[in-house]
Design a protein around this ligand. Structure first.
Ligand code: G1P
Length: 303
């Protein structure tokens, strides 16, 4: 089976990014010139996803508006001959039905958010993308995963190693032998997983990143799942239960993951993606070099 649908949980409050996220959703934070949610949706479409399901919350309607037509703006750009800008506006206007939304009526956690998409997903495999994990890879990370899924037809989670003192920020895996699941040695079978274990008690430092492909058997488990780490209904706990029914693979993706739910990670994404842009690099590089030099001089004069 092909992965046709993708779920984007976007109902969270984004408290790690206050005050920026007091009114504006964290998924609307821009990296260079595009909101995080658009990066995730473009990655989904690039992976062959036909329909994206936003799991949205109260007060975050702007996330849906961003993918709607903007007739006054389009008319004004057209009449002024601003074709390039018009193309940018059209790029965030998918055909009706390709981006739909459901509501998460209570903030009960990531597992609960995914469960809210159950009716919209139906009985087929689906992807999950967490927009604050900005994945930068070629081919795009979800495409790497959907391609691997075409062969394995097994649930899989994007994984990478994290520093051992940061296990309490992630879902952490205990895997069987590396590369045992195929996929050019990038797939490994998962033995167990635990959400946000404190450093020292974690089974490894291999962490789940915000890209998943799951089969619909996850839904009844999510529906039964009680609250876990942080008092929330955790996706990781339901996936851990799914392990007794089916094989799940960790997938070592190729590319860079930027943690844009974190202020430093978001700055890194901006700097790094801006430096890749031909229209920005020339002005940014001398500025960065000079800023760094001034900063270093100030530091050494303090010492
Ligand atoms: C969520 C998941 C966690 C995963 C992480 C990746 O945590 O619960 O398992 O490792 O995303 O970014 P959150 O960042 O929402 O706390």
């Amino acid at each position: 089976m092909k992965v046709r649908k993708a779920v984007l949980p976007v109902a969270g409050m984004g408290t790690r990014f206050l005050p920026a996220t007091k009114v504006s959703p964290k998924e609307m934070l821009t990296v260079v010139d595009k909101p995080l949610v658009q990066y995730a949706i473009e990655e989904a479409f690039a992976a062959g996803i036909e329909q994206v399901i936003l799991v949205n919350g109260r007060g975050k309607g702007v996330l849906e508006d961003h993918f709607d037509r903007a007739p006054e703006l389009e008319e004004s750009l057209k009449s002024r001959g601003k074709e390039a800008l018009l193309d940018l506006v059209h790029a965030s206007t998918p055909q009706p039905g390709r981006v739909v939304s459901v509501r998460q009526m209570q903030a009960l956690g990531l597992g609960h958010a995914v469960l809210c998409a159950r009716e919209a997903v139906g009985n087929e495999p689906f992807a999950i993308l967490l927009p604050d994990d900005l994945m930068w890879g070629e081919p795009p990370v979800l495409k790497q995963m959907t391609e691997a899924f075409e062969t394995t037809q097994r649930s899989m989670l994007a994984v990478m190693e994290v520093p051992s003192d940061q296990t309490d920020k992630y879902g952490i895996l205990d895997i069987m032998e590396e590369g045992t699941g195929g996929g050019d040695g990038r797939l490994s079978q998962i033995r167990a997983m635990v959400e946000k274990p404190p450093p020292g008690s974690a089974p490894s430092n291999l962490a789940v990143m915000g890209r998943y492909i799951l089969t619909p058997e996850i839904f009844p488990l999510l529906a039964r799942q009680g609250s876990g780490a942080g008092g929330e209904i955790q996706l990781t706990d339901a996936m851990a239960a799914l392990l007794s029914e089916q094989t799940i693979h960790g997938f070592r993706f190729q590319g860079t993951r930027y943690d844009c739910g974190d202020k430093a990670g978001w700055q890194m994404a901006n700097l790094s993606l801006a430096l890749e842009r031909d229209d920005l690099r020339e002005r940014l590089l001398p500025f960065l070099r000079e800023t760094l030099e001034v900063w270093q001089n100030n530091q050494s004069s303090k010492d």
